[in-house]
Design a protein around this ligand. Structure first.
Ligand SMILES: *Cc1c(COP(=O)(O)O)cnc(C)c1O
Length: 243
């Protein structure tokens, strides 16, 4: 009984989020099919992840590689799920990420790129990645510094190095601006990430830069209006995280 209610609650919130995404995309003259909803299941127990899958969700985002791999292994026999890594990756967790995830949203330093490339090569695969940028200047945020648009040129040499790795495929950009009190407060940061994408497209036209990962429960509607192709929504769909 309890479980069924959980599935129904998640299904309702998931469908509502999809409707909001569709409306936001249309209001911005975008095709809603260009936006994918990554449901963030970090710190949610297996019962909640199973309920999410029962509710029709097939794209999940996790922050902690070990926790994620445990969930993958527990669910592997049941359903095909696409798993994205969205959180900061410690160097010693690089192998797990290189081996297990369909997309890493949060590649934030050259040294990590080098390790991921090596482990992806050993695993015989190419790892799709997004580059994380700090567009707000908040000291606690990860990512290449990108809050000062006049300093973007200085990022070019290091980004060029990241693009050289044979077993990484850079597909776009990601940002995690400060938690807003109101969703509108995030808009300038999302716009900045989009402009940075345009800047990098001019500098590196050989790369498609097709993905923009931005927006959480607090502000995904604004993110879609500003061009997000991936939104990362946890609590608005799965409910509050335990712990
Ligand atoms: C936790 C997290 C999210 C989702 O946050 P919610 O408030 O649950 O929507 C999105 N992106 C990143 C990087 C996160 O760590």
């Amino acid at each position: 009984m309890e479980e069924e209610n959980l599935v129904e609650r998640i299904r309702e919130r998931y469908e509502r989020a999809l409707e909001q995404i569709e409306a936001a995309a249309r209001s911005a003259g975008r095709d809603p099919r260009d936006v994918r909803l990554v449901v963030v299941s970090k710190a949610q127990p297996l019962t909640v992840v199973r309920a999410a899958i029962a509710a029709g969700i097939r794209l999940l985002g996790e922050n902690y590689p070990e926790e994620a791999v445990e969930k993958m292994q527990a669910l592997a026999a049941e359903t095909e799920v696409e798993w994205h890594m969205i959180g900061h990756v410690q160097s010693r967790k690089a192998r797990l990420v290189a081996e297990h995830f369909a997309l890493l949203h949060s590649l934030d330093r050259l040294k990590l790129a080098r390790r991921l490339d090596r482990f992806a090569a050993e695993a015989g695969r190419t790892l799709p990645v997004l580059l994380e940028f700090n567009v707000s200047g908040e000291a606690t945020k990860y990512g290449w510094p990108a809050w000062d648009e006049n300093a973007w040129e200085a990022l070019v040499p290091e980004i060029a190095q990241v693009l050289q790795f044979e077993h990484l495929r850079v597909r776009g950009l990601m940002a995690m601006p400060p938690l807003p009190r109101e969703a509108e407060e995030s808009r300038p940061y999302f716009r900045r990430l989009r402009r940075l994408r345009d800047f990098l497209s001019r500098r590196f036209p050989e790369i498609a830069w097709e993905e923009l990962s931005m927006g959480t429960s607090a502000d995904f509607v604004i993110a879609v209006q500003e061009g997000a192709t991936l939104v990362r929504v946890g609590q608005a769909i799965l409910g509050p995280r335990k712990q």
